[in-house]
Design a protein. Structure first.
Length: 381
């Protein structure tokens, strides 16, 4: 194998590829990036066996071939070179030789034959969507996911693809986030698709495509999700992202979203955040903060106490509709919900269970109703 390529192009690709290369002592090949020629392209691949990334670059190919080299060493070395330089690379007897201006180096590689096969999805049907809208939606709910061996279904993000919408949800059994993304143009799918994407894969998805405004092609299979972004110079793919999916049926989370509220409170997001952060300094080990909603005085009281540290109490004005209420929450869950909700005017609504106990609370922005955050209260002992 022999080819030459611009440093800045190769650096960009390695910056993406290196995100997924694992540090595995049992499978050293997973630490490597696979370099192979494909017509006029240099193709770089990396995988951790759950997720894979393939990156294509236009290059001057003199001799076809392939080799794997340690991703971290290769990427670090390329970063040290001048961004305007051209790098010549050649594989000789399992060693990658690199030359650039007055610099020469050799990187020992491993056989390309030992590199895992990157699974593919048949391109029978695809959904077209904006990378920005997709990643923005994933970012709002990804931190809610909690890994669970008992309930592996909630260890990822649920995604339901419709004609013009993408509905995503995440939960850790104590709270729930739902995001609805509406696209201007139909996605182009013949039927609806549902899947559960592992949290780590979802995080990589945002890391790869979050800062790239592109029309993504999304392909489906029972066990895999494949996403491609196009190359500017040609209709050939530039980045291909492939992830295994979590098997199983996602919980019917819609059933826990309250439809009726006993108390609706409209608060300033900034004011509520500040009050909760101050109260959190005196929280107990279970992170409990008490909230009192006074419909007559039109204010919310925030209190917290810790026998070892002291106690905190404050109040702020709010628009309250419904009955007076007193309820406790994990303040961390409230802070997360407020942080992920866009806009300053927030609806904080309380529900009641059939047994008369305090039910789930709902956080929703009055400015952006595409996102919903549901949090369970701390029930009295």
């Amino acid at each position: 194998m022999k080819f030459s390529i611009l440093q800045n192009k190769l650096r960009e690709a390695l910056g993406i590829i290196e995100k997924i290369a694992s540090k595995s002592s049992s499978l050293p090949i997973l630490n490597n990036v696979l370099l192979e020629t494909e017509d006029n392209f240099l193709k770089l691949s990396s995988t951790n066996l759950e997720t894979a990334i393939v990156f294509w670059l236009l290059a001057k190919i003199e001799k076809p071939g392939k080799i794997t080299v340690p991703a971290h060493i290769f990427s670090s070395f390329v970063n040290y070179l001048s961004s305007s330089s051209t790098i010549s690379l050649e594989e000789k007897n399992g060693v990658l030789h690199l030359e650039c201006e007055n610099v020469k180096t050799k990187i020992n590689g491993l056989s390309a034959e030992d590199f895992p096969i990157i699974p593919q999805v048949e391109k029978n049907e695809k959904a077209l969507m904006s990378s920005f809208l997709l990643c923005q939606g994933v970012s709002q709910i990804i931190n809610i996911v909690s890994f669970s061996n008992i309930k592996p279904e909630i260890s990822g993000i649920y995604a339901h693809f419709q004609k013009n919408n993408l509905i995503m949800a995440a939960t850790d059994s104590f709270r729930l986030g739902e995001k609805k993304v509406t696209f201007k143009e139909p996605l182009g799918i013949l039927e609806e698709h549902s899947l559960i994407l592992p949290q780590r894969s979802a995080s990589l998805l945002v890391s790869i495509f979050g800062e790239r405004e592109a029309n993504l092609s999304v392909y489906f299979s029972p066990n895999l999700l494949m996403i491609e972004s196009p190359m500017e110079e040609t209709d050939h793919p530039k980045i291909q992202f492939v992830s295994k999916l979590i098997e199983g049926e996602y919980p019917k989370y819609q059933e826990i979203i309250p439809q009726d509220y006993k108390t609706e409170t409209f608060v300033s997001k900034r004011e509520f955040l500040n009050q909760l952060k101050a109260a959190s300094l005196f929280a107990s080990r279970i992170n409990e903060v008490k909230l009192k909603f006074d419909d007559k005085a039109q204010k919310v009281e925030v209190s917290c106490q810790n026998p070892e540290l002291g106690e905190y109490s404050s109040a702020f004005a709010a628009e309250i509709k419904g009955s007076k209420a007193e309820v406790s929450f994990n303040y961390k869950f409230l802070l997360d919900g407020l942080a992920s909700t866009r806009g300053d005017k927030i609806l904080f609504a309380l529900s009641e269970s059939r047994e008369g106990e305090q039910g789930p609370a709902v956080l929703r922005s009055e400015e952006d109703k595409s996102y919903l955050y549901v949090v369970m209260p701390i029930q009295p002992a």
